[in-house]
Design a protein around this ligand. Structure first.
Ligand SMILES: Nc1ncnc2c1ncn2[C@@H]1O[C@H](COP(=O)(O)OP(=O)(O)OP(=O)(O)O)[C@@H](O)[C@H]1O
Length: 617
């Protein structure tokens, strides 16, 4: 089994790692890294730039000093006189080297301060961006893949400052060396560029091969992440053991690793072959440059002192070209990952919420008008032609077989999804025209799979939004949900951390967690209460209490209840029966129980299974 990745856009980007594209992209990348650095720490960014500029100047000064020293030493005349002439240049050289070393240390210090700050800032921007995305985006494989890529982009963002600094340093070195070399004899400069070209080409090609290999392994790498998560997580640990799945999972992990290794090895071999050819050509080119120096010296076109300077300058320029290309290739690769991050932020994976600005009051009435809904990528509608009105003060129950569309409808009522056809009107305003945050302020939801936040009980109930009622309000919500008994047994009460795997944390049972999830919804001062299978894990006593309380809760709220406990839906004012995404029956418990139809069938299944459990015929 493999994840299939659609890598078209990235593959095209990867193939663009060429010398020409690199030359075009590098200045942009340096600019982008500096812009993000500026955002997180202006002083450090300015300091970094000043140090780099000073370092380049010191490099040039050092080469000039070398030239002065050699010229003085290689002059004819008395040794003492020559040394006397040379010493100012020697002092200059030593000073330039010393200052450059200090500047290098400062640059490292500032970059290591900025790098992590930039990564964290990029991650924060991504987290904020994700919260602005429509929920339906999470159903799209493309969105999930883009989000993962953006996350990796955010993590490598910090590396760009180091790479940017290396690029600036190598660039400054190159300019300093080139200026000195051109001063010795202009012909050396074009010769050097020609000699460096094959190596540069080879390094860039090798970087491209590595990026494309990584891209091809993308799907397999995702598979490893998913497998690792399932193997490590506590949630699956019992099933891995009881299901004796460890061998199977490890085998699948190994198969995937083998495929990645094969891809990596092929890329490494190809990259090494390219580097070898590049080095051979580069070696020949360098021999040509050295030959030119010797020729210039032999024909008296340059002095011995100048020849010595050329040797140092050639080394400096050669090193800086190699560094420029190798850091450049890495920076372009990092830049591609960063593109994933910034591209995602710009359009939030193409799913940014663009709804209205109306701020609703607690709804008196929610009208569902000729609604149909189809999940993206599906061939058929999950819900068709639904018309229904929910009112404040009423409990409406949705019942039906698994997959009949109950949860989908409850999410549409709560504005989590927008209908693909028809409307959900909150007091006559379509959910698409309402400010989403203001709308969700009015929603209290207990979904089927509620979050087990690894936080304190208090934070689990308030969801980080305490009210003026303080702990009193939290305790009241807990009491209403039957979670007060749970809290009383915990060592630190509301302060107990609900995460056993962490120090001083406690773990709750499934039913205890459900009580906390209910307390969460009861705590919210919201006009719509949506309960999706709210008692699936509760014992009969707790379940009885919750259903008892529902009527009271509905006094000043619209309540929508999704449940399979047919005998309990008697509490509802109205029952809506869904079958294959359509409303097939609607009425009170008494009406539906007396009528032929799906509700009677569901009721009789439950009655029969309860009677069987009691041992009746
Ligand atoms: N995110 C999704 N993307 C695509 N299809 C989905 C998605 N969520 C649900 N579906 C499909 O929509 C249909 C209705 O699902 P829904 O969860 O609304 O049913 P339900 O009546 O609540 O089921 P259950 O009683 O099992 O909770 C199912 O066929 C399901 O496969």
């Amino acid at each position: 089994m493999r994840y299939v990745e659609v890598t078209g856009r990235r593959e095209a980007a990867g193939r663009s790692i060429r010398l020409r594209d690199m030359a075009r992209r590098l200045p942009q990348l340096v600019r982008r890294s500096l812009a993000l650095a500026w955002r997180v720490d202006r002083h450090a960014t300015v300091g970094l730039l000043l140090c780099q500029a000073a370092s380049g100047a010191m490099q040039a000064l050092g080469l000039v000093a070398i030239s002065g020293t050699l010229t003085a030493l290689l002059n004819s005349g008395d040794v003492y006189q020559r040394l006397l002439q040379a010493w100012p240049s020697v002092v200059l050289l030593a000073g330039a080297v010393g200052v450059r070393a200090l500047l290098g240390i400062t640059v490292n210090w500032l970059s290591s301060r900025l790098g992590p700050l930039m990564s964290r800032e990029a991650e924060q921007m991504l987290l904020t961006g994700c919260a602005e995305v429509e929920l339906c985006a999470y159903d799209e494989p493309d969105f999930n893949r883009d989000r993962e890529a953006a996350d990796r982009g955010a993590q490598v963002t910090g590396e760009l400052i180091d790479q940017g600094q290396d690029l600036i340093a190598s660039g400054a070195s190159f300019v300093a060396g080139a200026v000195v070399l051109a001063g010795v004899h202009w012909v050396l400069l074009p010769l050097l560029v020609v000699a460096s070209f094959p190596q540069a080409l080879a390094q860039v090609s090798a970087a491209r091969v590595r990026y494309l290999a990584n891209l091809r392994s993308n799907g397999d790498n995702r598979m490893l992440t998913v497998l690792r998560w399932h193997i490590f997580t506590k949630d699956a640990a019992d099933q891995i053991r009881a299901g004796t799945m460890a061998g199977f999972l490890a085998g699948r992990y190994r198969q995937t690793v083998v495929r990645i290794n094969k891809e990596d090895r092929a890329a490494a071999d190809k990259g090494a072959r390219m580097s070898l050819v590049g080095s051979l050509c580069g070696g020949l080119g360098s021999a040509g440059v050295w030959g030119a120096v010797v020729w210039l010296l032999a024909t008296g076109r340059i002095s011995v002192g100048h020849a010595g300077t050329a040797v140092f300058a050639l080394q400096t320029v050669g090193q800086s070209v190699r560094a420029l290309v190798s850091v450049g290739a890495r920076a372009v690769r990092t830049g591609l990952y960063m593109d994933d991050w910034s591209g995602f932020l710009e359009k939030a994976g193409g799913h940014r919420m663009e709804r209205g600005t109306y701020r609703p009051e607690p709804p008196k009435e929610i009208e569902i008008k000729a609604l149909s809904h189809r999940y993206s990528g599906q061939d058929t509608d999950t819900l068709s032609d639904i018309s229904l009105t929910l009112r404040r003060g009423e409990v409406t129950a949705l019942v039906g077989y698994n997959g009949s569309g109950k949860s989908t409808l409850s999410k549409l009522v709560g504005g989590l999804y927008l209908p693909t056809d028809g409307q959900v009107l909150w007091d006559s305003t379509p959910t698409g025209d309402i400010d989403p945050q203001a709308l969700w302020q009015q929603v209290a939801l207990v979904p089927q799979d509620y979050a087990h936040w690894p936080m304190t009980v208090r934070e689990n109930v308030t969801q980080g939004q305490p009210t003026a009622g303080g702990d009193k309000a939290v305790r009241e919500a807990c009491a209403a949900a039957g979670a007060d008994e749970v809290v009383d047994r915990l060592g630190s009460g509301l302060d107990t951390l609900l995460a056993r795997e962490w120090l001083n944390g406690e773990e709750l049972s499934g039913g205890q967690w459900q009580r906390i999830a209910l307390a969460r919804a009861f705590f919210r001062e919201a006009g719509l209460l949506v309960l999706d299978e709210p008692t699936a894990n509760l014992d009969p006593r707790a379940e009885f209490r919750i259903f008892q309380r529902l009527r009271e809760l509905a006094r000043d709220r619209v309540v929508l209840l999704v449940t399979h406990r047919i005998t309990n839906v008697a509490v509802a004012d109205r029952i809506v029966v869904l079958d294959e995404g359509r409303i097939v029956q609607e009425g009170t418990y008494r009406e539906l129980a007396e009528r032929e139809g799906l509700f009677r069938q569901l009721l009789s299944y439950q009655m029969t299974s309860e009677a069987t459990a009691r041992g009746e015929e």
